[in-house]
Design a protein around this ligand. Sequence first.
Ligand code: KG4
Ligand code: ZN
Length: 336
Amino acid sequence: RQERLVFGIESSCDDTAAAVLRIGERVEILSSIVRGQDEAHAPFGGVVPEIAARAHADRIDQVAAEALREAGVTAVALDLIAATAGPGLIGGVMAGFTFAKGLSLATGVPLVPVNHLEGHALSAGLEHDVPLPYLLLLVSGGHSQLLLIEGAGKAKRLGTTIDDAAGEAFDKTAKLMGLGVPGGPAIQRVAEEGDAERFAMPRPLLGRKGFDFSFSGLKTAVRQAAEEAAPLSDQDRADLAASFQAAAVKHLASRTEAALRETGATTLVAAGGVAANAMLRARLEEIAEAEGAGFLVPGLKYCTDNAAMIALAGARLHEAGLAPTQEDALALAPRP
Ligand code: KG4
Ligand code: ZN
């Protein structure tokens, strides 16, 4: 394989990100800049799309320049520009993707539109050699899916959520307990001091075949428990967070275990923001080991949104001949 310099841009939610990868026999991350917007959204208890869009438009050029500078390359030296073209909050996606179009036009470097989920799906490949096919648990703020990944652009969906996404459930639960934004890390932190046995939680879709997920019942259970125990002490919050986290992890893990058995996949991969959860990582590792499968998960900073995974996915799609022509890439309208 010839070495290629690949630029990545990501702006689908509340992280403005750019990265430069050198991809040959190995994958080298020359830079990966992620600028979050937590303070801008914190007063509203969640991501405000309009604020996110403006923040991306405001910073994307600086973040891109920083990524190039840190990698020690100029834009004209790039071989490929990969940018998230959806799904996500449309204002932010447009800011990043339109910037990428401009950069591509100005430099003549080909543009590859990337589906954000494809980025997460291939993200374990940033730091590991991942054997194909693999079973992927993709759990983020917007999605919860079990997929069989056969290569770039080749995924079979085994299951998905029938209501909230896993990360959304962590975020909403944190919000109703008065914990900060984003909710997932806050719940994990607070749960460390908590008793997971204190509050009884339902077991979603228990006895239901298949690999779908459901989180709305857990969210309701937390709301009811919080109302009954109000006003909440710090210990109540810790116990509630621990009870919720244990139930959510159990649900994710048991569906994943069933899918691992049914598919006979020899490698299990977890990706997406919720894959940063320590309890989930530990549990999945146990499951994989028990089934005799390997377990791979990106480092924490490549679980949550970043542009390195977008660059990698763009390069892999391009290698597989699945990238659109330059004309089609430039004409593409980003989608929400
Ligand atoms: O992949 P990501 O950065 O953005 C999306 O594509 O959605 O995922 C963000 C989600 C948020 O819902 C956040 O609360 C959750 O990942 N998250 C976590 C943890 N870290 C981030 N959830 C549980 N435990 C964590 N440690
Ligand atoms: Zn994401």
